[in-house]
Structures are given as structure tokens and as C-alpha cells.
Ligand binder design. Sequence first.
Ligand SMILES: Nc1nc2c(ncn2[C@@H]2O[C@H](COP(=O)(O)OP(=O)(O)OP(=O)(O)O)[C@@H](O)[C@H]2O)c(=O)[nH]1
Ligand SMILES: [Mg+2]
Length: 330
Amino acid sequence: VSDDGLDGLLARVLDGDHRALARVLTVVESGDEDQLRTVTAALHPHAGRARVIGLTGPPGVGKSTLGNALTGALRAQGRTVGVVAVDPSSPVTGGALLGDRIRMQAHHADPGVFVRSSASRGHLGGVAATTPHAVTALDAAGFDVVLLETVGVGQSEVEVAATADTTVVVLAPGFGDGVQAAKAGLLEVADVLVVNQADREGAGALATTLAGMRDLGVPPDGWRAPIVRTVAVRGEGVDGLAEACEQHRAFLESTGALAERRRRRAAQAIRGIVLERLGRAMVAPEVDVASALPQRVADRQIDPFTAADELLGALGADVRPVRPTRRADR
Ligand SMILES: Nc1nc2c(ncn2[C@@H]2O[C@H](COP(=O)(O)OP(=O)(O)OP(=O)(O)O)[C@@H](O)[C@H]2O)c(=O)[nH]1
Ligand SMILES: [Mg+2]
């Protein structure tokens, strides 16, 4: 997209034009920092109105099916919904992009629904770096709710989920137990716990284990994640899920925790940009010195701290060493 064309597109996004939004999301995912910057500068001031709901969980538990059903429930309440499905290429469903598209065709003719599936991986920073900006774009485009689906397998995916106001962790019998989910850091980020595929054997046992794990700790913000059972393929329990999200939202608003979440999301976006830049700087030709450095350290010419100073100096990064404060300094 040319820079002139981009300005026009951005104006149309703010008017709620879905085709312009799709093209702007392509720019966001491309990882072109100059253009991403233009996009963000134009859209950031207009975002902040949408409720952002994250759906995460192990591959194949039914996140997309549930997201589709939840979209239907929200539409029935008269809310518009923008969906971002990140990297839906799990080993279980073998890349469910096509299946997701077919499922979401239920909402295809509905102008109150917009769906974006992005399987973009590979550029530095990956999906975790660009997802907050995609959420901003959908928010600025005026959707009442932004649904963010990520596969909760790695830390970055869990972090992506944590950029939401309300994080729904979806589990299902036969896809790992509560203990595994806890180890993956999934329970920690859960505001609502869903046992999907509740029509299958083991759903009750999974819900019991989850309740036990949840009640082991005291929630830092005072919210105890409700456990909702759903059969996403039949739409069962989905109104209950929408209600649980609504209650969590009311909790966030009444306790001031929403502002805290928004700050957390902002911090996440800043970190993503910094990491992206540092990552690029580390492989830039100017820092070829990196290849000579390890040899000098190995030859005992310099110590690793001096080498790190040299490298950071070459990057132009102002990253000072940590100095613990001594008593005399206080
Ligand atoms: N029995 C049963 N099957 C379900 C239910 N919900 C989803 N499924 C099936 O589970 C399979 C995976 O569903 P998806 O919605 O693609 O799961 P996902 O978590 O989005 O998968 P990835 O995006 O690949 O991680 C599909 O064949 C669904 O039809 C349910 O409540 N009960
Ligand atoms: Mg999916």
C-alpha cells in the first residue's frame, strides 16, 4: 500500500469500512514498521471503546467453534463483533483456517461481524508483536466486542491472551488435564474457565479438577474465575459464557481493575515494539562485532560483561547495568 493510499484507507477504517479494515490488517501483519506506525498513529486515538475478549486454550479444544457460537450470542444482544484468530494451525486440526472460514460463513452476510484469520509467522517478533495493533484496528473500526482467538501453547500466546480485558481459557476432556493447563500458565491468566465438549466423557472430572486448582490460590485481584460448561457444536452453555464475560466486565469496571488491564495491554504493546527492534538490531550487519566478541571472551582477552557492554554500545541501546543500591547511597 502506498503512503497516500494508506491515509485514505485509514479514514475509511474509521468509517467502519470492512474492506479497508482487511487491507489495513494486511499492512499490520506485514511487519513494515513505518507503515505500522502510520496505522497506529491514526487509529490509536480512536480505540479503547471495544470490550476485548481473549479465547485461548490447547489446540483442538473447540476455541473457534465456541468463538463462532459466542459471536452469535453477542449478535443476538445487538452487539457488533470483530474476530481475530491468530495462527490457527494447530497439530490437532492441521491448520483449521479453512474449517474456520466455513464455520464463520454463518455470519458471512452479517455486516455486524468481521473475521480475520492470520496464520502469519516467521517475521521477527511473530504474531505476538503485531496482534495488539490488530486489536486496536478492530477497536477503532467501531466493533463493540473484539474476540481474539489464540492457541495457548507457548508463552507468547499466553501473553497475547493477557492483552484482553477478559481472558477465557477453553479446555476439553481428553486434551490434557487441569494440572497441565496450570503448568502451561493457562489458569493464571483465566478470568473465565470453560470446559468445552461437555458432551464427552470426563468433562465433569475436568471441571472438578479445575475448581480444585483454582481454589488453591487466592486470586490477586479478588476475582474467582467461574467455570462454565459448554457444548460449542450445539451452542449449549454459550449464553452462560456470555453472561460470565459480562459479569467479569462489571467486576473490572466496579473495582478499577479495567484501567489496570488497559495499562497492562499498553505495556505489552511497548514491549513488543522494543523486542522487535532489539531483535532486528541483534542480526543487523552493523553488529558484526558479535562474531568476533565470543572469540575474545573465549581467549580470555575480555570478560563477558565487557563484551556485553561493547555489543549494547554498538546497538546504540541505552541499557545500563543493574546496580543494587547500597545503604550509604540512600
Ligand atoms: N463433541 C464435541 N466436539 C466439539 C465441540 N466443540 C468443538 N468440537 C469439535 O472439535 C474439533 C475442533 O474444534 P475447533 O473449534 O476447530 O477447535 P480449536 O480449538 O479452534 O482448534 P485450533 O484452532 O486448531 O486450536 C472440531 O471437529 C469441532 O467440531 C463440542 O462441544 N463437543
Ligand atoms: Mg481454532
